[in-house]
Design a protein. Structure first.
Length: 458
C-alpha cells in the first residue's frame, strides 16, 4: 500500500485519511464511465450529475482521488490558458481568442462558486495573478502580453506595473516591472479534489479506487476487476497517465513539474517580503517558475526542468529530481535574498500532460460514445473546469455555448516516435535553460535560440 500522504504537502494536509475506496470487483452497467479521479474526471461527473440527477456515473481511478497533478500542483487557479493570448489570436483569430480567455476568467469564479455551494474548504483566495519582469530582458514579454490584451479588448482587467508599483506588491530582487490581473485565485489543490470526490458521491456517483484501466473500447472501460459497460459514454480523463495506454502513448508528453515548500515564515520575514495580497506570482522566464503563498504562511516555489525520460516513462523517482530541487532552492533565495538559509520542509513533483501543439482538446464521438479531455500543460486547475463543462454538454447533447470554443472537438497531433522524441525534447529543455541563463548574465543569446523558440512556440 502506498503512503499517499508522502506524494505532496497538499495530500499530507488534505484534512482526511487517504484510505482508498473499494476497487471495482465485478462488471457493471452504467450510463457514463470515467477513467481518472482527478479534476477532469470529477468535474465531468459533477456537471453530468448536476444536470441529470439519477444518471448512473462511475469513476475508476488507479490510485486514489487526487493522486496525480490534481493533488500535487502549485495551487494556481488562473485565467491563463496553456496557449498564450498571442498564440490563440494567431491560430484561431481575435474573436475566438477573446471568447476563450473570457471563458477562462469565468472558470476561476466557477471553481470558487462550487467550493462555496458544496462547502469544499479549498482555501480559495482570489488574490489575482502577478507576472514579474526580473531583469530588463523580461520587460518586452510583459509589454507584449499587455499589448495583446489591449488588441483583444481585455486590457481593462490587466494593469502594467512599473518597478515601483510591482515592488509595492512583493519585494523581489531585480524587479523591473510587472503585469497584474485580479482574475486569478490560489487554493488548496488536494482539498479541492477530495471535496469534489465527495460532492460527486453525494449526487449518486460511484468512485472505484485502486482500479487500473487496461484497455477501452466503444462504451467500455476494461479493468482487471471487471468491465464498466456504459450506455451513453466513456470518458478518458487521466491526463499524463493516459500515455500508459498503448493507443494513447504518443497523445501527450509527460513533462515533470517540481515543487519545494519552505517552512512557515515569521512575521518579520513576511514584513520584509510584503506579498500581502497573496497573488499567484511568476516571471516571464522560459524555464517556467511559479510561486504561491500558502494559507499557513509558507512559500511554494515550483519549476519545470526535470529531464524528460526516454519513452515517456513515469516513475516516482522523477518526482524528486535532485538537481532540479537544488536549482529551485537556489532560485528562491535569488528571488528573496532575505531568506538565505531558509529551511525547506517538503519537495515533490509529478507529470503534467503536454500535447504536441500545447492546445488542450475536448472530444466526444456520439457514434462510439468515447469522450476525451486532456492536455493542460500545467494550467489544469481552472482549464479542467472549463473543459469538463464543455464535455458534459457534448455528452448530454446540451448547448452550453462552450462548444464554440477552439478546444472543442479537436485532436492534437501525436508526438514523434522515439528516439526522435527524446532527442528533440531534451534539446529544447537544455536550450531554453541556456537562453535564460545567458539573458540573466547579460551574455549574447545562444546561436540556436531561434531554433529552440520555433520548436517551442505556443
Amino acid at each position: 500500500m502506498r503512503d499517499y500522504a508522502t506524494y505532496s504537502f497538499w495530500l499530507e494536509d488534505s484534512g482526511e485519511p487517504l484510505i482508498p475506496r473499494p476497487p471495482l470487483s465485478t462488471s457493471t452497467d452504467v450510463d457514463v464511465a470515467i477513467l481518472g479521479a482527478g479534476y477532469s474526471g470529477l468535474w465531468t461527473a459533477y456537471y453530468l450529475l448536476q444536470h441529470e440527477p439519477g444518471l448512473r456515473v462511475a469513476v475508476v481511478e488507479k490510485e486514489i482521488a487526487g493522486f496525480g497533478a490534481s493533488g500535487r500542483n502549485g495551487g494556481w487557479c488562473s485565467p491563463n490558458f496553456p496557449v498564450t493570448a498571442g498564440g490563440l489570436e494567431k491560430r484561431f483569430g481575435s474573436e475566438s481568442a477573446r471568447n476563450l480567455l473570457l471563458a477562462m476568467r469565468a472558470a476561476v469564479d466557477e471553481v470558487g462558486r462550487v467550493c462555496g455551494e458544496e462547502k469544499i474548504d479549498a482555501r480559495f483566495h482570489k488574490g489575482g495573478v502577478l507576472t514579474l519582469a526580473r531583469g530588463r530582458h523580461q520587460l518586452p514579454g510583459i509589454r507584449s502580453a499587455y499589448t495583446t490584451y489591449e488588441r483583444l479588448g481585455l486590457a481593462d482587467r490587466y494593469q502594467l506595473l512599473s518597478a515601483e508599483e510591482a515592488t509595492e506588491r512583493i519585494r523581489v530582487t531585480d524587479i523591473q516591472g510587472g503585469l497584474y490581473t485580479p482574475d486569478g485565485a490560489s487554493l488548496h489543490p488536494a482539498r479541492l479534489v477530495r471535496g469534489l470526490a465527495r460532492a460527486v458521491e453525494a449526487r449518486g456517483g460511484v468512485i472505484y479506487e485502486q482500479t487500473t484501466v487496461t484497455a477501452f473500447k466503444p462504451r467500455r472501460l476494461i479493468t482487471a476487476g471487471g468491465e464498466l459497460r456504459a450506455a451513453r459514454a466513456i470518458v478518458l480523463a487521466g491526463e499524463a497517465y493516459l500515455t500508459r495506454l498503448p493507443s494513447l502513448h504518443r497523445s501527450l508528453l509527460p513533462v515533470y513539474s517540481l515543487i519545494s515548500l519552505t517552512q512557515p515564515l515569521t512575521a518579520a520575514q513576511w514584513s520584509q517580503i510584503g506579498w500581502q495580497g497573496g497573488e499567484s506570482v511568476s516571471s516571464t522566464r522560459n524555464t517556467v517558475v511559479y510561486l504561491t503563498k500558502t494559507p499557513d504562511g509558507r512559500i511554494l516555489f515550483g519549476s519545470r526542468g526535470a529531464p524528460y525520460a526516454f519513452a515517456s516513462r513515469i516513475t516516482d523517482q522523477q518526482d524528486r529530481h535532485e538537481a532540479t530541487m537544488l536549482m529551485i532552492h537556489r532560485s528562491l533565495v535569488e528571488w528573496f535574498s532575505s531568506l538565505a538559509g531558509i529551511r525547506f520542509t517538503h519537495s515533490w513533483g509529478g507529470p503534467v500532460g503536454m500535447p504536441r501543439d500545447w492546445m488542450p482538446a475536448v472530444r466526444f464521438d456520439a457514434g462510439s460514445g468515447i469522450g476525451s479531455i486532456m492536455g493542460y500543460t500545467g494550467q489544469g486547475v481552472s482549464t479542467s473546469n472549463l473543459a469538463a463543462r464543455l464535455l458534459a454538454g457534448l455528452i448530454m447533447q446540451r448547448k452550453t455555448g462552450l462548444e464554440m470554443l477552439p478546444l472543442a472537438q479537436r485532436r492534437s497531433p501525436n508526438w514523434e516516435m522515439e528516439p526522435l522524441r527524446w532527442l528533440v525534447v531534451r534539446y529544447m529543455q537544455g536550450a531554453f535553460l541556456r537562453i535564460d541563463e545567458a539573458a540573466e548574465a547579460g551574455r549574447p543569446r545562444p546561436f540556436d535560440s531561434g531554433i529552440a523558440e520555433s520548436l517551442g512556440r505556443h
